[in-house]
Design a protein around this ligand. Structure first.
Ligand code: GCV
Length: 888
């Protein structure tokens, strides 16, 4: 996103600040228009009388600056905004008792009581009176089942509930109206409070409520890939909320706020450090720092956990080995666990990534993952700790020339033979698909292959391959496809959600791990819309039977309020967004088609080929897709139970949406929907772009239906997404046009009549360059300006006179802040600075972005000129200017 030097609000605040220094205010022509663009600059500040200055200051600061501060505060709250209900909405809660009694003493119970008071105060503008004893009047009563049964045996609460479950009951007690929130544990009480508050936010009736809720799975954790230096691997929401400069942050208030968000959706554990672990996490002198994080999580019932480096005993230079069967190593893990639990008695456990992507592991000593997991699990066991051992173990130096090699087979090949050999406090953490969080993958076969081992599904909330929170992509529908997938193990229903909940194979432990990677950013994940994924993860982990639509509707209402248009529009956008993203990135199960050797962001179709990483799609001149059948392929299909094999073994049986994951087929193969593969690739990419264009249009209908800050933020994001979706579309379509030689039947691919290519303009200073890969720029070329110059590129407009939209496709590298001006003749029609932090310093698919200028009057003969001034390493490069008629 570029910084708009013409932003009137920031200029206004700038002038206000100047005014505070005693001199200037803004003249009343602040919205001076230059050909449709609002412009305000320092030149617009004029002298005003002192009285007028004060009045203007008070009004404007109140209207603009304070509302921004307020909005920023709201942002941390995400879906816990507790926006005030209207009097009519609130009236249905008039009979809610006026006091809240919590029976029992503990940090979690105290939190439950204060959160209830906070939420009711904010939404209903009523202050509940806190109490600690059984009420002598109408009251909301909070307590664990054990306490309630002992102090009020005649109270109407269940006898027992699953761990962390709760009941909400409106009932009479000793002649009083009571509303009882009873938890099987203290956490259950807190979850009950959050559920009650959610019901109020959603306007649900409470009067005759009798509801019991129990979590589907015993383990519902998030993982954060935070490094000690404060950076987050695959994190897009700013620096770590836990660590900075090698230590735990001094101020952990955001971590505490995060605990609140997690608890509100039933998440009870958080692994705070990167799976690519730093051995220092287990250094004896570091452990007290970790205890401080546990302290801020504790009131929210969130257990602290960490990722550990399997080679820690040796890496910390405390032993000369990390061989898991060496007794000294076992003793080392035991002592370290004992030390940790002395400091943090409710510590959750460890997460291990070993023998994967260069991480040390048991293979160094010829030992198995079971040997490795068991030695650590033994150490945790006496303390009730859990060990998560990741199944993401594969060889990233595979020989791509061998058509039998297949990375997708690795997890099953390695872990299935070890089934039953893992201790009962170990959970094997399995990514939803067999590759790596691609836009569409089948369910990992390992879910059906570990019948005697605890399992958890790993889902990625941070959108590594899904547009990195710059693209709208609500992932719950995708996750549900995996969770609802039925393995038909032993010929009976075996859905993934039942497997990980422990129901299918009668396991006591199991559940969900979501890679969240929130950061210090005000919206936690960079975009307010992306928070639907964190919310959705928690809700699904609690109840995977909830529909994607029900979850997003809850989220939208709590996040943006109950305005009917906003709810309808946002729900619909979110629900279709994964499909749209798939349409313009990689359809038919081919994978995300991103640059897998780079940031995993923009297009990089060929990057997955001819290397050992194994994310191959094997596109050649005639055909595309990985052949994974038993009969002629890698044999991957054989890892599924027989009924599922039938679904994927042959081309006719395989669903179109996964065809290229399972089969290598000619471009001319006709899909079930009657289209050829190649035409489907072209059409889906064009369709995806049009869907994003529609999101933008729909969002624009929401102006005034929410606060300006979030409206504008999402608007800017969607404008960016539209431009980048076009980059994706063109890159993928042109790659397949070049590779297959088969033209688009609709004549779109490779033909862009509205574009004027930069390299074909009259250039002064600018020099053409070949972009690599070529499909990541229009015509394979762009132009760049050598440092220390201002360069120009111009052309003569030759269409009919009228009003046109202009799109400048340029490159916003992250190593500088080049500036641009667009002129028609001598008129400056736009100016901006390329200061986004897109994930690359190079000109290409990650950095290609566009500036949209609407409604510019043009006539034949007009000279259109782009001026670019490099800064730092950024060379004011651009690709083309597109001139089109504004939409009707
Ligand atoms: C934390 C992918 C990501 C890596 C990540 C790895 C994993 O390969 O690109 O950043 O490492 O998955 O899940 O371990």
């Amino acid at each position: 996103m570029m910084r708009d030097v013409s932003n009137p609000q920031s200029a206004l605040c700038h002038c206000m600040l100047s005014d505070l220094a005693g001199l200037f205010a803004v003249k009343d022509t602040i919205n001076q228009k230059i050909d449709g663009q609002s412009k305000v600059g320092a030149r617009d500040c004029v002298k005003l009388s002192p009285a007028l200055r004060v009045a203007l200051l008070v009004t404007i600061l109140a209207a603009i600056c304070s509302s921004r501060v307020h909005a920023a505060d709201d942002r941390y709250d995400a879906w816990l905004r507790y926006a005030p209900l209207t009097n009519a909405e609130g009236a249905k809660y008039d009979s809610l008792p006026a006091s809240v009694a919590v029976l029992g003493e503990s940090p979690v119970l105290d939190t439950a009581q204060s959160e209830l008071i906070r939420g009711v105060q904010a939404m209903l503008r009523r202050t509940l009176h806190p109490g600690k004893a059984l009420p002598d009047g109408n009251a909301i009563v909070l307590g664990t089942l054990a306490t309630l049964h002992s102090v009020a045996p005649d109270l109407d609460v269940p006898n027992a509930l699953r761990e962390d479950g709760f009941s909400l009951t409106a009932s009479r007690f000793h002649g009083h109206d009571c509303f009882v929130i009873a938890g099987s544990s203290e956490r259950g009480v807190l979850y009950g409070v959050f559920t009650l508050l959610r019901k109020i936010a959603l306007g649900e009736e409470l009067q005759h409520l009798r509801e019991i809720q129990e979590p589907s799975a015993s383990v519902r954790w998030v993982n954060e890939w935070d490094n000690l230096d404060g950076r987050i691997e695959r994190g897009y929401g700013g620096p770590s909320i836990f660590f900075a400069e090698g230590n735990v942050r001094a101020d952990l208030s955001r971590a505490g706020e995060y605990g609140r968000l997690l608890a509100s959706v039933g998440i009870d554990g958080c692994v705070v450090s990167n799976v690519n672990a730093n051995p220092r996490m287990l250094a004896a002198d570091f452990l007290p720092q970790l205890a401080r994080i546990a302290d801020v999580f504790r009131p929210w019932g969130v257990r602290l956990a960490i990722s550990v480096d399997f080679s820690s005993p040796k890496a910390l230079a405390e032993l000369d080995t990390f061989d898991p069967i060496d007794p000294r190593v076992a003793e080392w893990w035991k002592q370290r666990a004992d030390q940790l639990y002395k400091l943090i008695p409710d510590f959750g456990g460890f997460l291990v990534k070993a023998d994967s992507e260069g991480r040390p592991g048991p293979s160094s000593y010829g030992r198995s993952p079971a040997d490795a997991a068991n030695v650590i699990a033994h150490a945790l066991k006496p303390h009730g700790g859990i060990l998560f051992y990741r199944a993401f173990v594969y060889n990233h130096h595979l020989d791509w020339r061998d058509l039998k090699n297949d990375r997708a087979k690795a997890a099953y090949d390695i872990f299935h033979p070890l089934d039953g050999k893992f201790d009962d406090n170990i959970i094997i953490q399995i990514k939803n698909g067999p590759i790596d969080f691609q836009v569409r993958e089948p369910a990992s076969p390992l879910f059906g292959g570990l019948q005697n081992t605890n399992q958890a599904i790993e889902l990625q909330i941070t959108q590594e391959y899904m547009g990195q929170q710059r693209h709208l992509c609500y992932l719950v529908p995708m996750w549900k496809e995996t969770l609802d997938f039925d393995f038909r193990a032993d010929g009976r229903p075996t859905r993934v959600k039942d497997v990980v909940a422990g129901k299918s194979f009668h396991r006591a432990l199991g559940g969900f791990a979501g890679v969240a990677n929130v950061g210090m950013n005000a919206y936690w994940l960079r975009s307010p819309m992306a928070m639907a994924n964190l919310y959705g993860f928690g809700r699904l982990a609690w109840d995977p039977d909830l529909s994607a639509a029900a979850i997003v509707d809850e989220w939208t209402r709590q996040t943006f309020g109950n305005d009917p248009l906003a709810v309808k529009t946002i729900d619909a956008m979110q629900l279709s967004s994964w499909q749209s993203y798939e349409n313009y990135t990689g359809s038919l199960g081919i994978g995300t088609l991103t640059d897998i050797l780079g940031a995993h962001y923009g297009p990089g179709v060929a990057s997955s080929e001819n290397n050992g990483w194994g994310q191959w799609h094997r596109a050649d001149h005639d055909a595309v897709g990985m052949e994974r059948s038993i009969a002629t392929g890698t044999g991957y299909v054989g890892q599924y139970p027989p009924e599922v094999q039938k679904l994927y073994e042959t081309v006719p049986a395989t669903p179109d949406q996964l065809l290229l994951f399972f089969h290598h087929v000619p471009y001319t193969h006709v899909l079930h929907d009657g289209q050829t593969v190649i035409q489907h690739i072209y059409d889906s990419h064009y369709k995806g772009v049009e869907e994003v264009r529609e999101y933008l249009r729909q969002w624009q209908s929401l102006r005034g239906h929410m606060d300006d800050a979030r409206y504008s933020f999402v608007l800017t994001q969607l404008q960016y997404q539209l431009g980048h979706a076009i980059v994706w579309r063109d890159a993928v379509c042109n790659f397949f046009l070049r590779t297959s030689g088969i033209p688009d039947a609709k004549g779109r691919v490779g033909h862009y009549p509205n574009r004027v290519e930069a390299e074909s303009m009259r250039l002064q200073g600018y020099v053409p360059l070949d972009v690599d890969p070529p499909e990541n720029a229009s015509g394979g070329k762009a132009v760049e300006c050598p440092p220390t110059h201002t360069c120009t590129a111009s052309f003569t407009f030759d269409k009919a006179a009228g009003s046109y939209d202009l799109d400048v496709q340029y490159f916003d590298q992250n190593n500088g802040m080049a500036s641009f001006r667009l002129l028609v003749g001598d008129r400056v029609i736009d100016a901006w600075i390329a200061d986004d932090d897109l994930p690359n310093a190079k000109i290409g698919g990650d950095t290609s972005t566009r500036r949209h200028i609407s409604a510019v009057s043009l006539k034949p003969g007009d000279e259109i000129r782009l001026e670019g001034t490099p800064e730092g390493g950024e060379l004011a490069a651009f690709d083309y200017v597109e001139i089109s008629r504004p939409p009707e």
